[in-house]
Design a protein around this ligand. Sequence first.
Ligand SMILES: Cc1ncc(COP(=O)(O)O)c(C=O)c1O
Length: 381
Amino acid sequence: MAVKDILSDFPARKQFNYLSTASIGLVPNPVIEILKDHLITLSQGGTASFDEELEVLVYDNLRKEGAKLFQCNPEDVAVFNSVSEAMNIIAWSLEIDTGKIVSTAIEHPVVTYPWLRIAWNTAVNVELIKAENWCIDIDEFLEKIDDQTKIVVLSHVEYLSGQRFDLAPISKKAHEVGALIIVDGIQAAGYTPLNLEQWNVDVYITGSYKWLCAPFGSAIAYISKKLSEKITPAFVGWRTPEDMWNFDAVNLTFASTARKFEYGTSGYGVKFGLTESIRYLQKLGIHNIAAHNQKLVKLLLNELNTIKGIEIISPSTRGSIITFRIKDKPVQKVGQRLRNLERPVEMSIRQEMIRIALHFYNTESDVAHFVENLKKILNEV
Ligand SMILES: Cc1ncc(COP(=O)(O)O)c(C=O)c1O
């Protein structure tokens, strides 16, 4: 399956110039069909269409597909409902009460809040490295990881600037001082080839509804075997034991793999959705998606660099996100005009900057359409 062959799976492309995957990704038609199917058969058939075996399989299959994405063993994958949930479960299960957590001051709150909350009742100190123009100096970041550090936690790709971190040297420094590295990969997974075991990260969490092109309501996490064996889940439920169908209310036992961090029923339909969307992406090839997205990002950057007054924030090591300021122009008005075009441009405005996200369902003509209209609008506002 080649990128050019899949555009018809995203009919909304005709209606919009969709450059907003860093907020919400589009779901391909074949995945929508599976979601509809599940909703109808479950709603109309109950246990006749969704038996105990299938209830186990939903998560088993998602863990298998997640493992292909992460390049790891399915036993080291756990299924959650959101990145926030996964981050909190891991954070509280670590039972940290002293030492330092190192992160950055430009993270999405999902990354920092659980640790800030833990610091309320403990002697934990959260150190958030400041950014220069929304970007982090990696040498300064590495310097802050010292022998007091227990956890290093950051995004693989930053949600605002698109800055991408090389995880291997960060893991190396963290492990040298005995700390763990926990990564939020929601802005990277889906277009970035991942090799978590090689990079030696301890936890890598990603969510369904952006670059993985699935609906809201699922997240998956890689939790290294070494870490998973050492910690006990802070939250438990009927799915916690090895055999979730044993219904033993007296003895609390845990599954022997990362599955032990899962605890209850959830929106199973969206788990089917994420499983299918990962299969869809794998068919396209994450390397092919990465090459496609990088080509579009370069094209966009070249075009933006020719427009007077535009200051690009995204650094040279970046994901598929390009963010820029427009000097002396009312950015909200520019955004409104872009959204009011005959073929509206969907993008995000964050911190008075325009954030553009380019994924495999975008084309060179989407970039051209955006740039052409942006230039026109900038001459008029
Ligand atoms: C870096 C990052 N992490 C997490 C999230 C969202 O997490 P959740 O799955 O809890 O909605 C976002 C959403 O914008 C994000 O940009």
